[in-house]
Design a protein around this ligand. Structure first.
Ligand code: IFM
Length: 486
């Protein structure tokens, strides 16, 4: 493992692996907005269990929906799966050392539900919990705050067999599991995220069939979304009841939804996309109600959100932090290429329009200014809850040199511009308290398998060698500078 990070440049020249100071200054030649981030700003990296751990059948872990899905022919690129992934389960201390070398104060990781509670119900599996116990101690021993995400998509397969997230009981199973993990780690872990990106679990997993468990049913997707939120609320109440002071929240992935033109049809398409992508989560969490326009859009599709009495009060239980994951923006149109506003079956046209913007290897638009806009809007429409950027980053087609080093200037530029966007949002009043890069390591990128690399540290999957990319050096140097450490 090459964990060595070369010393920073201090004279503005370019070290072989460094980045010019001038590159960190804004194009107008003004002071870099990044330098306005406060010394107490939280800096971290994020990962998730299934994407890095491997060891899927060790120490009592049972299959998750992703183990099953990966083995469905054609579901994942190249037939890739998480059986080994980054082998983090066996290399955890070295990976924590990497985080320490970067000078980060926080590591956000997720717990694999089927590792700590095989089958999704019943008693804890001590051997599975022991892994996270060691991880937490290793982090604390190096002065790094552990930030636990309880659910990053690896639902125990048994719970899927019982109906999965569209089944209301799964929300209760999740609350039990949350309490079980909290009982083991709550004495040392102070920050807890219930769910990562419920939109992905619900819509990619149950409505669009692109993620595990691969179902294609809008009604199931919406039921899943509601039960994920209910599970979040139930877990929030259980963890609060446990007494110790903690910081508790949920992480949402949000893309901005711009109208492709100013036409009423395009504006309505953008409204609908924002409704189903963002407000259907934000409004119940922060306002205790589902947005009326989204309820009406769903009713037109014959879908009802399965709300029961008291659910919205549970879902809107107060939280301390909103995790924001941002990667890209999108433009929406309500008009098809022939100029029609209705499909043949009478439904309104809804389509994403490709804009002439730079893109990442995921084919995602690079729109940092939308990030600022999103954060300012969240602060305006859902005030009073601090935000932390729990994920932001980019996949690019990395080209390692003979030593495995990647001079990923494209990723450095992406991260620089997005950090500037965060700093600008703060200058405009948004209460953003931290930023975590996605991801520490190249890892299993879900349906894209290992083809897409988001890491600031390269992983050679043949040898499991880790090599910090230029972006890792840049990240470490930027953090030091903002903290005034050099
Ligand atoms: O890799 C994912 C992560 O699991 C959730 N947020 C988006 C990332 C990039 O697609």
């Amino acid at each position: 493992m090459d964990t060595h990070l070369t010393s920073p440049t201090t004279d503005g020249s370019r070290s072989p692996r460094g980045v010019r100071r001038a590159e960190l200054e804004s194009s107008q030649g003004q002071a870099d907005p990044i330098d306005t981030l406060p010394p107490a700003f939280r800096w971290g990296v994020a990962t998730s269990s299934y994407q890095i751990e491997g060891a899927v059948a060790e120490d009592g872990r049972t299959p998750s929906i992703w183990d099953t899905f990966c083995h469905v022919p054609g579901a994942v690129a190249n037939g890739d799966h998480g059986d080994v992934a980054c082998d983090h389960y066996h290399r955890m201390p070295q990976d924590v050392a990497l985080i320490a070398d970067l000078g980060l104060d926080t590591y956000r990781f997720s717990v694999a539900w089927p590792r700590v509670q095989p089958g999704g119900r019943g008693p804890a599996n001590p051997a599975g919990l022991a892994f996270y116990d060691r991880l937490v101690d290793e982090l604390l021993g190096r002065g790094i705050d552990p930030w636990v995400t309880l659910y990053h998509w690896d639902l125990p397969q048994e719970l899927e067999d019982a109906g999965g997230w569209p089944n209301r009981d799964t929300a209760h199973r999740f609350a039990d599991y949350a309490e079980l993990v909290f009982g083991a780690l709550g004495d040392r872990v102070k920050t807890w995220t219930t769910l990562n990106e419920p939109w992905c679990s619900a819509m990619l997993g149950y409505a669009y069939g692109l993620h595990a468990p691969g179902r294609r049913d809008l009604g199931a997707g919406i039921a899943a979304a509601h039960h994920l939120l209910l599970g979040h609320g139930l877990a929030t109440q259980r963890l609060r009841a446990a007494g110790s002071p903690i910081e508790l929240g949920i992480t949402l992935n949000m893309a901005t939804a711009d109208p492709a033109t100013d036409s009423p049809a395009d504006r309505d398409a953008a409204r609908a996309a924002d409704g189903l992508g963002n407000r259907i989560y934000l409004d119940p969490l922060f306002h205790g109600r589902y947005p009326e326009d989204v309820v009406a859009d769903l009713a037109a599709e014959g879908v009802r959100i399965p709300v029961e009495d008291g659910d919205l009060a549970v879902i809107s239980s107060p939280i301390d932090v909103l995790g924001v994951n941002y990667y890209f923006g999108q433009a929406h149109s309500g008009v098809d290429e022939q100029g029609r506003e209705r499909e043949d079956d009478g439904r309104p046209v809804r389509r994403v329009v490709r804009r002439d913007l730079p893109r990442t290897a995921m084919d995602w638009e690079i729109v940092p200014e939308s990030f600022t806009e999103l954060l300012v809007r969240l602060h305006r429409d859902y005030p009073g809850v601090p935000m932390v950027i729990t994920e932001n980053g980019a996949a690019f087609d990395d080209k390692p040199d003979a030593d495995g080093f990647v001079a990923d200037d494209d990723r450095v530029a992406y991260l620089t511009e997005h950090l500037r966007a965060v700093a600008r949002a703060r200058q405009a009043g948004a209460d953003v308290r931290g930023y975590f890069a996605w991801s520490l390591l190249d890892n299993f990128e879900w349906a894209y398998g290992y083809d897409k690399r988001f890491g600031i540290v390269r992983v050679d999957y043949d040898t499991q060698r880790r090599t910090p990319k230029r972006s890792a050096h840049w990240y470490r140097d930027t953090i030091r500078r903002v903290r005034g450490e050099r």
